[in-house]
Ligand binder design. Structure first.
Ligand SMILES: [Zn+2]
Length: 234
């Protein structure tokens, strides 16, 4: 039997028209969707949330929140659609404050269930220097989002700031706004830092946003607790 000759390099191929494929579908796990809706219900009340969901054409969540599992079934468009509906009903600035508060409540409603946070409560963690707790807190939150959802985060730092960079953002998918649109993430970061620092406030501010036309969403986080209220702490 003659061995079949295998070309050292594959010949260049000319791509022929492919059948149309569906656009990429990015998602959050059901559990994150559930936490987000519970947090929003706390801010808007049951009826307020119903009105938002109806406007966002997401009646499927009106009486039935997503189950608390990790299936990636909440499309980015669904979360951003809810945020658009909030802006429409409450105005851009009112919507921003609601999203900010819902972000903070999201942490409280169990984002810490995703792992990593429990060991933060133990004595070893409590005895670490504040600067290390802050860095670890941000790393764990980024890791949770990167691992369980398609919302992608990269952390960097310069001088007295960390930068929370989001090249693929699940909050501003298909949104166009005149002010930064990811207040939900700002609130979540504020609350996470409040928690890891034992009750301190940090300066957290979104400085670039895809919904404004920027290439990625970037949130600046002060490395040290702020003297007064955080920039966006409403
Ligand atoms: Zn964004």
């Amino acid at each position: 039997m003659t061995p079949q000759k295998w070309p050292a390099t594959a010949p260049p191929t000319i791509s022929s028209p492919q059948p149309r494929v569906e656009l990429p579908h990015y998602a959050f796990p059901n559990k994150m969707g559930r936490i987000f809706l519970l947090a929003l219900e706390e801010e808007l009340g049951r009826n307020g949330l119903r009105a938002v969901l109806r406007l966002a054409r997401l009646a499927r969540f009106e009486d039935d929140y997503p189950p608390a599992n990790f299936e990636p079934e909440i499309a980015f468009e669904e979360i951003s659609g809810i945020l658009v509906a909030i802006d429409e009903l409450y105005g851009p600035r009112g919507g921003r404050i609601i999203s900010l508060r819902a972000g903070r409540a999201s942490f409280k409603y169990g984002l810490y269930d995703f792992g990593g946070w429990v060991s933060f409560a133990d004595l070893t963690f409590r005895l670490m220097p504040l600067s290390l707790r802050v860095r670890l807190g941000l790393e764990v939150l980024a890791e949770i989002l990167n691992r369980y959802s398609d919302h992608q985060v990269q952390l960097s730092q310069e001088g007295d700031n960390y930068f929370w960079q989001v090249p693929r953002c699940g909050l501003c998918e298909k949104r166009r706004t005149t002010i930064p649109a990811c207040s939900l993430m700002v609130g979540l970061l504020q609350e996470a830092l409040y928690w890891v620092s034992g009750g301190k406030l940090f300066d957290v501010e979104e400085i670039a946003c895809v919904a404004l036309g920027d290439e990625q969403c970037i949130t600046r986080i002060g490395k040290h607790p702020s003297a007064g209220l955080g920039t966006e702490y409403a």
